[in-house]
Design a protein around this ligand. Structure first.
Ligand SMILES: [Zn+2]
Length: 66
């Protein structure tokens, strides 16, 4: 049985969005994890999630202001 690698929407820090990731997206995500590799896995995941949410809010505010 073959399993197709579906383009699963993933939380993307680069674009502050949830979408199927490109290699550019994964690169930014990997860089973030490497920069935070002093954190426990679960802490890192939570911090990553928080970082994306902050960026999403940031962009949202900026769009409102524009
Ligand atoms: Zn992306």
């Amino acid at each position: 049985m073959t399993t197709a690698i579906a383009a699963t929407p993933t939380v993307c820090l680069l674009h502050a969005d949830i979408h199927p990731m490109t290699s550019e997206c994964w690169g930014a995500t990997l860089d973030w994890y490497l920069a935070h590799d002093h954190l426990e896995d679960s802490e890192a995941r939570a911090a990553y999630q928080a970082a994306v949410e902050r960026k999403m809010l940031d962009q949202h505010v900026r769009q409102q202001a524009a």
